[in-house]
Ligand binder design. Structure first.
Ligand SMILES: Nc1ncnc2c1ncn2[C@@H]1O[C@H](COP(=O)(O)OP(=O)(O)OP(=O)(O)O)[C@@H](O)[C@H]1O
Ligand SMILES: [Mg+2]
Length: 338
């Protein structure tokens, strides 16, 4: 079981689109997947669910079957987490729906991050709420992978989401601001990890299941918006080829960097193309681009493009699985020979 969070504090790079397509592809390949929307904008939820279902969930009086109801006793100071509703998308794929009102939890998470330093058990329960909700849901759904989408910021919601992550994937744009953002992202992840491990020593409740804040970086995915041909253009390459060094130094904290181009960088999980009109077509059809059919409007050249996206996302999903397996093998404790 692995929790993989897609994170970049820069907005609009394509995180939600990537999470949607990757979780759908992992499920398509036969894995059990739980997608989790921890962005209070709830964009992932609106991509997954029909307008009718969205109205049913969000226009109902009282408790909604979203992440919010699972944290509501904690938020109101009257208890601990509750069992979360898992929205069944298909046989292999479940969704924990997001909620706009999740943003009201931000202050509480922020204050209690500080209170953990005083060994306050309630504070540990609050800060670890997302982790514990996801672990329970993962077990209930028998998920092989939990894929988490978060908003573009370094706020307290994201900090609580990230410390719950076993792995982090960074969706990246190839431009100046994405590169600058990447520098801050690495140092922020390291700061959160260090601060949480310091707090962990002060946890008074030994029976409380708390995250280890592994946040192992699996690599980055370059989202090539704006590239028309399959061959990357010069201006794009200028920025893209600067990513390997910044990622190695800022995220992996490795100063021993040998010059590499993005295509040869082992930290580059994939270079995802610009999918142009397939994206709105898929939104309209409420399915991932790789499952579009002629009846959805994918005819002629569009249909052959759809086939290519199927192989793009299969490759991406398998690459992520391989990296996790590799990571687990590397981390396996060495047992003494008999
Ligand atoms: N590969 C792609 N090809 C074409 N358009 C894309 C691609 N990936 C994302 N987009 C488009 O780019 C826009 C931003 O994508 P998305 O919402 O996934 O970004 P985000 O990083 O989740 O944004 P936010 O930071 O606001 O959460 C959307 O309109 C989406 O349809
Ligand atoms: Mg998003």
């Amino acid at each position: 079981m692995s929790v993989i969070t897609f994170f970049n504090n820069k907005g609009g790079v394509g995180k939600t689109t990537l999470v949607y397509h990757l979780s759908s592809m992992l499920a398509e390949l036969g894995h059990r997947v739980l997608a989790v929307d921890l962005d209070p904008q709830a964009n992932l939820t609106s991509v997954f669910l029909s307008n009718e279902r969205l109205s049913e969930i969000y226009e109902t009086e009282g408790e909604r079957p979203t992440i919010l109801s699972a944290i509501s006793p904690l938020n109101r100071g009257i208890g601990d987490i509750k069992k979360v509703h898992i929205e069944q998308i298909n046989t292999n794929l479940g969704l924990i729906a997001g909620d706009l009102e999740l943003s009201l939890f931000e202050d509480k998470l922020s204050t209690n991050w500080g209170n953990c330093l005083n060994g306050d058990e309630a504070a540990f329960r609050i800060v670890s709420a997302f982790y514990r909700i996801m672990k329970e849901a993962e077990k209930e759904f028998k998920a092989d992978y939990v894929i988490v989408d978060v908003g573009p910021n370094f706020g307290a919601i994201n900090r609580a989401a990230l410390i719950a992550a076993d792995y982090v994937v960074v969706p990246m744009g190839a431009d100046l601001f994405s590169l600058q953002g990447l520098k801050n992202l690495g140092s922020r992840l390291n700061k959160w990890r260090t601060e949480w491990r310091d707090r962990l020593q002060r946890n008074p409740a030994s029976d409380l299941n708390l995250p280890a804040a592994e946040m192992t970086p699996l690599g980055y995915v370059v989202m090539q918006h704006g590239i028309k041909e399959s061959r990357p253009v010069k201006s794009y390459l200028r920025w893209a080829n600067r990513i390997p060094k910044v990622f190695e130094e800022s995220v992996l904290m490795n100063d021993d960097f040998r010059d590499k181009r993005v295509e040869n960088d082992e930290n580059c999980i994939a270079l995802l193309k610009h999918y142009h009109s397939l994206i709105p077509m898929a939104m309209e059809a409420r399915k991932p681009i790789f499952l579009l059919k002629p009846a959805d409007g994918a005819i002629g050249a569009h249909f052959s493009a759809v086939k290519n996206t199927y192989s793009d996302f299969t490759h991406l999903a398998n690459e992520i699985i391989d990296r996790i397996k590799q990571e687990k093998v590397t981390k396996k404790p060495v047992t003494a020979p008999n």
